[in-house]
Ligand binder design. Structure first.
Ligand code: AMP
Ligand code: GLY
Length: 428
């Protein structure tokens, strides 16, 4: 079978690596920039913007691609799945209309509201600057201010965290178009990803990402600095009841999308805040998380190609999909100055052969040498029987890298985990 992986980051390297274990699978890739890790396992690579849908279609048709897996959100928003499917290429990824769960935050909240789906914070969609201003001025309590469209995870401002009330008003006024204003949620975040075939949903292990640039959750938001998962596929600050509730919310969202005439197929990513009232939805994404894909895919014991086949056929079943009971810790290595003023074009070296899995991301490879670019450079993932052991594997690898790069040393450490647990106990 020929599988086209769309996208060239760490997440897509993880997808390509998982596909590469099946020797019957020929991997093809479209990516805006050559990812050396994907190139190594791919039969052929097209270096092209993933949103250039006509170019992707030409390449896929000429190579007689059977299935496409869409990594990032931008091509989903460009309608890549609709066009591929018109050309007879089945996709792991939702259509334009279904991907609005991620690409249009107003659509997502209104859909949750209309179908009475639990876990939806109080919200208001505003259409003009003055409407936003009035709402923010009169609202009692803190709000999250969100542009409705895609912002690479960097568009949200939280009152009491990034901005005060006046700052929130200024920010909302600076956004053109609709703005989602929603109740600020307090708690601990976690990610629940699932394979979805339109009707059935099969969950993957829970993961916790770390958005902030610096240790102790300080500094600006990033695309995600790293993440971890536990051997039991849960998280110590998420109870069994919370996990069941989060899964029920995701199932309800899938059923609502089917009912609304936009059946959802692909990966559904639920970003939850576990609050004093239980899990609340921060957002849905229409794809694997980056970094979260790098946690769950190394644990997948089942063949990813057969998961894709069952997804497109509508025959997904939890009994066919197994994840090993190990812990994972993923640490992104990023250029110094990231995300605000990343040092680009800096050479980095990886001495020796780390025990961790190495995933390439936004890196330039020239004549066998590696250089930083503007975004996250590469990631290391430790997989082991305990979180502690997985953390050591990832940390040893990340701290061995030479060059003007940095990473968060605290991700996956017992200390950080205890803080999360204590925070949750304080709230409940
Ligand atoms: P998003 O782009 O929706 O993933 O939001 C980025 C980050 O903003 C999330 O990971 C949360 O940390 C935070 N966030 C978003 N919405 C809320 C909310 N309603 N309450 C508190 N934090 C939020
Ligand atoms: N890890 C956050 C995201 O993929 O959106």
């Amino acid at each position: 079978m020929k599988v086209l992986v769309v996208g060239g980051g760490g997440r897509e390297h993880a997808i390509a690596r998982a596909l590469s274990f099946n020797k019957e699978t020929a991997i093809f890739s479209v990516m805006a920039k050559r990812n050396p890790g994907i190139a190594e396992v791919a039969e052929e690579v097209l270096v092209e913007k993933e949103t250039n849908v006509p170019a992707v279609i030409r390449f896929a048709k000429a190579r007689l691609i059977d299935y496409a897996v869409i990594g990032p959100e931008a091509p989903l928003e460009a309608g890549i799945v609709d066009r591929l499917e018109e050309n007879g290429i089945a996709c792991m990824g939702p259509t334009y209309a279904a991907a609005r769960l991620e690409t249009d935050k107003a659509f997502c909240r209104e859909m949750m509201n209309a179908h009475g789906i639990a876990g939806c914070p109080a919200f208001r969609v505003t259409h003009t600057a003055s409407e936003a201003e009035t709402f923010i001025r009169n609202y009692e309590g803190d709000l999250a201010i969100k542009p409705t469209g895609l912002t690479g995870g960097k568009g949200v401002r939280i009152m009491g965290e990034h901005v005060d009330r006046e700052g929130a008003i200024r920010y909302a006024r600076s956004l053109s178009g609709n703005v989602v204003l929603e109740e600020r949620l307090i708690g601990e975040e976690f990610t629940l990803q699932a394979f979805v075939d339109g009707k059935h949903l099969v969950p993957m292990p829970l993961v916790q990402d770390h958005k902030r640039a610096f240790e102790g959750d300080q500094g600006p938001n990033t695309g995600g600095m790293g993440s971890y998962s536990m051997p039991d596929h849960s998280l110590p600050f998420v109870g069994r009841h919370d996990e069941e509730k989060a899964l029920a919310i995701m199932k309800d969202a899938v059923a609502a999308m089917e009912k609304a005439g936009f059946p959802y197929r692909g990966i559904l990513y639920g970003q939850f805040m576990n609050t004093a009232r239980g899990p609340m939805v921060i957002e849905f994404n229409a794809r694997f998380g980056d970094p979260e894909a790098m946690n769950v895919l190394p644990l997948l014991e089942s063949d990813l190609l057969s998961v894709i086949e069952n997804t497109v056929r509508g025959t997904l079943s939890a009994s066919d999909i197994r994840f090993s009971n190990k812990a994972t810790v993923c640490k992104y290595v990023v250029p110094e100055g990231y995300p605000e003023k990343p040092l680009t074009g800096e050479e980095l070296n990886i001495p020796g052969k780390p025990e961790a899995i190495l995933y390439y991301a936004n890196v330039d490879e020239r004549n066998g040498r590696l250089f930083t670019d503007t975004s996250r450079t590469l990631a290391f993932v430790g997989v082991a029987d305990s979180l502690d052991a997985a953390e050591h594997i990832a940390e040893d690898a990340a701290s061995s890298v030479m060059g003007r790069v940095r990473h968060r040393r605290d991700i996956g450490t017992a200390r950080l985990l205890e803080q999360r647990i204590a925070h949750m106990q304080e709230l409940r």
